[in-house]
Design a protein around this ligand. Sequence first.
Ligand SMILES: NC(=O)c1ccc[n+]([C@@H]2O[C@H](COP(=O)([O-])OP(=O)(O)OC[C@H]3O[C@@H](n4cnc5c(N)ncnc54)[C@H](OP(=O)(O)O)[C@@H]3O)[C@@H](O)[C@H]2O)c1
Length: 293
Amino acid sequence: MIVIAGATGFVGGHLTHHLLSRGERIKSFARSDQSAQVLSNKGIEVIRGDITVKETLHKTLDADDFVIHLVGIIEEKGSATFRSIHVDGTAAFIKEAQRARVRHFFYQSALGADLNSWSGYLRTKAEAEEIVRNSGLQYTIFRPSLIIGPWDGFTKKLIDMLKISPVIPMPGEGAARFQPIFIKDWLRCIDKVIAEPGQYNSIFEIGGPEHISYKEIVTILAKAAGYQKRLFQIPMGIMKLATSLFSMLPVAAPITSDQLKLLETDNIGNLNAVKEFFGFQPVRYEEAIKSFI
Ligand SMILES: NC(=O)c1ccc[n+]([C@@H]2O[C@H](COP(=O)([O-])OP(=O)(O)OC[C@H]3O[C@@H](n4cnc5c(N)ncnc54)[C@H](OP(=O)(O)O)[C@@H]3O)[C@@H](O)[C@H]2O)c1
């Protein structure tokens, strides 16, 4: 049985669709009635549980389970902090996986995960990796760069902005480089792990075949979506001031100061990692975007 935590998200939605379409049996965690209903309508067995509430995890896994842990957040909200979700949540989930002695544990980390990172997101992803690596279970960890595909949050935010703004706002120079990977290519990678888990008992960077800047990403996306708007550079100092003012208000900021800093920092890895370890060449950003925008 394949058991997924995070099946209601962008990556989880694509993964469940993909696995169901080839007849796999799936169990997934749901933490609300609404999510439970959506998952069960798709033919997925539902486990009512939340990885941050230990008691709800007890005796939910079995020895034959291949567990896929996709739960993660990019922005902290109230009690849902990077620590509570990535570190404490993963620790609780691993504890249940150890109790059941599951046959394989897959964890979705992120490119740039580092115990010494300035970013709370990347630091806690690295802490979660440590918990998985030291669990004694057979495991695979993916460290993906930006994953793009239908309904991905990053592309959706940019498109929403392109729809309403007369120009394309560019925080700073837009020079930080990324290595976007198409969701279909991410699925090809995890397929290999599911087929031969013993061959992938390690950490893998998952990225596309090019390093491209934020400015290039936005330009390619605007063109593919048919927007002919001028780039308008907003100095980083002004963006930072605006986000810190927003953080004092009781409303959600369009971008947090951590996310802004992520836009200034290269998030790239080995260009040949996917080819080397999974045996195929992933598609370039422009090709991926044109296929679904
Ligand atoms: N998308 C990317 O570009 C990218 C890149 C690198 C790494 N990643 C990592 O990949 C994973 C999936 O990303 P995504 O884009 O699919 O994220 P997403 O769309 O935000 O989905 C997050 C999932 O986590 C679940 N979740 C959140 N808090 C939970 C909790 N306390 N207990 C149980 N489930 C909880 C959500 O369930 P609800 O529906 O109940 O909220 C949802 O299913 C994340 O770990 C993310 O950090 C993503």
